[in-house]
Design a protein around this ligand. Structure first.
Ligand code: NAD
Ligand code: TYD
Length: 354
């Protein structure tokens, strides 16, 4: 029986990953360590919260004692680190938390993982993996041509991407210097169910439904390579199970799209599925606003390595993924209304601090 120690599992990608493990590996045990910041929401895992294979621990990845206790109590086979401050705009207005969680937190996890790993039997050492989930933003910005490969030099632009780049370097150092069996994945922009409504796609869907303006930064020409979250989670599982220790794998969706086209697509699909009703179109809500400082122009992933070595490739096209995502938000209004009202913060504070 494998035990997965997941950090940041109450966030967007972590909760999708935990649900995938729970559904697809029927004898797997899962421990979720999450600080429950504004982005962490236990409701993302309400479907499995009573499962005897799922264990939640509220805590910080900067807290060595709590990490040591989890290692001691549960003896995990794998650790998968999702915990992070993840929003670029917040890293511009308040970088401190990004330095603390993304850099100091990853360092603390590495140190405690090494303590645990050192005392494992030779047999258990062969299986243990420290998997670090990172971003393509560490590579900086592309022009109109070219792709990020695993050999592209790091050149981060924002406090967020610089903090993730630092964490990747620490993870590699703990492998090269101390022999910790690590894996790193760098993926492109994710979208899908349970994404916090501050990121482009859910923000635009919910603003449409509220009749609010749709703020497109600059001219909307910036390009991202969109990856459906379910595809990403399957890729991580491939790497945890089959990846070569010490290696990095890029994960992308083969879906390069300009921001303005994303927003227009959401508007057009909502016009079809849930029209405004007053003869207007959602595109009328589009508003061009001041550009983000240091805004990277284009991200695009070359995912040849993971395809050739591990047989993974994205199954969702943007056309199907975006329709499924819009339908998910339409069907799960209680989930996002709870977040948008701010009530979830008070509710979980009371629940986990009593
Ligand atoms: P998210 O913001 O939705 O979730 C982050 C989770 O981490 C939350 O549950 C939060 O409570 C928890 N957390 C934050 N600080 C913590 C701390 N100090 N200790 C314990 N838990 C803490 O983020 P996400 O979009 O799910 O991203 C997950 C990971 O994937 C991050 O490492 C991010 O850098 C990476 N990533 C995300 C994307 C994307 O498009 N969302 C793309 C590439 C890489
Ligand atoms: P975001 O979802 O914040 O992801 P990232 O910055 O990590 O790529 O933004 C995706 C793109 O959308 C990015 O180019 C910035 C742009 N954007 C807007 O134009 N308006 C918005 O309100 C937001 C949140 C993002």
């Amino acid at each position: 029986m494998d035990t997965y120690f997941v950090t940041g599992g109450s966030g967007f990608i972590g909760s999708n990953f935990i649900q995938l493990i729970h559904e697809s590996i029927l004898d797997a045990n899962i421990i979720n360590l999450d600080k429950l910041t504004y982005a962490g929401n236990p409701a993302n895992l309400s479907k499995i919260e009573n499962s005897d294979r799922y264990h939640f621990v509220k805590g910080d990845i900067c807290d060595a004692a709590i990490i040591a206790k989890i290692f001691d109590d549960y003896k995990p086979t794998f650790i998968v680190n999702f915990a992070a401050e993840s929003h670029v705009d917040r890293s511009i207005t308040g970088p401190g938390e990004f330095i603390q969680t993304n850099i100091v937190g990853t360092y603390t996890l590495l140190n405690e993982s090494l303590n645990y790993y050192t005392d494992l039997t030779d047999e258990d050492k062969k299986r243990f993996r420290f998997h670090h989930v990172s971003t393509d933003e560490v590579y900086g910005s592309l022009g109109d041509k070219g792709y990020f490969t695993e050999h592209t030099s790091y050149d981060p632009s924002s406090p967020y991407s610089a903090s993730k780049a630092s964490s990747d370097h620490l993870v590699r150092a703990w492998h090269r210097t101390f022999g910790l069996p690590v894996l790193i994945t760098n993926c492109s922009n994710n979208y899908g169910p349970y994404q916090f409504p501050e990121k482009l796609i859910p923000l635009m869907i919910l603003n449409c439904l509220d009749g609010k303006s749709l703020p497109v930064y600059g001219t909307g020409e910036n390009v991202r390579d969109w990856l459906y979250v379910e595809d990403h989670c399957e890729a991580i599982l491939h790497v945890v199970k089959m990846g070569t220790v010490g290696e990095t794998y890029n994960i992308g969706g083969n879906n390069e799209i300009r921001n303005l086209e994303i927003v227009e697509t959401i508007c057009d699909l909502l016009d079809e599925i849930k029209p405004c009703g007053d003869g207007k179109t959602y595109r009328e809500l589009i508003t061009f606003v001041k550009d983000r400082p240091g805004h990277d122009f284009r991200y695009a992933i070359d995912a040849t390595k993971i395809k050739n070595e591990l047989g993974w490739y994205p199954k969702h096209t943007f056309k199907t993924g975006i329709r499924d995502t819009i339908n998910w938000y339409l069907e799960n209004d209680t989930w996002w209304e709870f977040i948008r009202s701010g009530e979830y913060r008070q509710y979980y504070k009371a629940q986990y601090e009593s």
